[in-house]
Design a protein around this ligand. Structure first.
Ligand code: GLV
Ligand code: GLV
Length: 329
């Protein structure tokens, strides 16, 4: 029997396989993160952790739980976890790929369409009583999406799901930039071609971010990059906030360097740069809800729980991000 610590709310019935396997659960049902010191105390002595994005898992956690074998994040991203420290401690880090790409791609498209066609502004105007009669030059005149060029920065499973929607549903010209090119067969299937970063930012009407947060991608979209984007272009970010210099984005929107933005993730969540909040025209801001559908959030919990159950049973979990490193320790 092992001790599994769950420091924040996870659907109780999703935890059932852990109980069925005979594990002891230490569960916090609050849906806000513990201060880090209290988190460290909460996980002391655990064999497994089921974590979410706002749990910061670092060396102090590994020191407090010397028998820890796995940290299963209920998320695709895992930048809240110090993976090097986990590997050094012999702890597997698991995520939940495979179940949230389509929902997140749907939301990226909602942001793209919402910003381009000024959906949220229109709703606000109507509710505010501003819609008195139809005129040819309405205040919510926007940008076309169909047939335009979409540039994807990063093209893993979420980027590929966005590419398919864009190429097949909206007849968009889709290009992507990644460190290594995708297989030509995959490119054909999703309808996207590889381009240099410069071409991506200079030629795209819409730029959508789908890269993980790493030292190499942090602030990749800064004032210099915005200056090279088209003045009619729209930035979409459903990946991680720190890919973008948020203050530079606020400036670029305020002075018309770019035309709009659809943003779901922020540099210092839950804070949003105050000058970004002042921008309304063609700007849609959402509270990190890329994967937030009933079915997808539940599947994420199920996958994370399965990662814990498998590891504690001595099997390979399906989604360990540092398995070879841990095994060669
Ligand atoms: C959400 O941001 C995730 O990484 O799953
Ligand atoms: C708009 O409703 C149109 O008919 O063009």
């Amino acid at each position: 029997m092992a001790l599994v610590a769950v420091p924040q709310f996870v659907y109780d019935d999703a935890l059932e396989p852990l109980r069925a396997a005979g594990h002891e659960l230490r569960v916090r049902t609050d849906d806000h993160p513990l201060p880090h010191g209290e988190l460290v105390e909460f996980v002391a002595g655990a064999d497994a952790l089921l974590t979410i994005l706002t749990d910061r898992i670092d060396e102090a956690v590994f020191a407090a739980a010397p028998s820890l074998r796995v940290v299963a994040n209920v998320a695709a991203g895992f930048d809240n976890i110090d993976v090097d420290a986990a590997t050094a401690a012999g702890v597997l880090v698991c995520n939940t790929p495979g179940v949230l790409a389509e929902s997140t791609a749907d939301l990226a498209f909602a942001l793209l369409l919402g910003a381009a066609r000024r959906v949220v502004e229109g709703d606000r105007a109507l509710r505010g009583g501003e819609y008195t009669h139809w005129v040819l030059d309405q205040p919510q005149i926007g940008l076309d999406v169909h047939g335009k060029t979409l540039g994807l920065f990063g093209c893993g499973e979420i980027g590929q799901a966005v590419a398919r929607r864009a190429a097949h549903g909206f007849a968009m010209d889709v290009c992507y930039h990644t460190r290594s090119k995708l297989d030509p067969e995959v490119e054909r299937r999703i309808g996207a071609r590889w381009v240099e970063f410069d071409e991506l930012v200079e030629q795209s009407d819409f730029v959508s971010l789908h890269a993980p947060l790493t030292d190499a991608t942090r602030h990749r979209f800064d004032a210099d990059v915005f200056a090279r984007m088209r003045p009619t272009s729209v930035l979409v970010n459903t990946a991680r906030g720190p890919l973008v210099d948020e203050s530079a984005l606020a400036d670029a929107l305020a002075d018309g360097t770019i035309a709009g933005a659809g943003i779901d993730v922020y540099e210092n969540e839950p804070a949003v740069h105050p000058r970004l909040l002042e921008q309304h025209a063609r700007v849609v801001l959402l509270p990190h809800i890329g994967s937030a559908t009933t079915a997808t959030r539940r599947r994420m919990a199920d996958v994370a729980v399965a990662n814990v159950v498998d590891t504690l049973a001595g099997e390979q979990p399906s989604h360990a991000v540092n398995r070879p490193a841990v095994q060669s320790n």
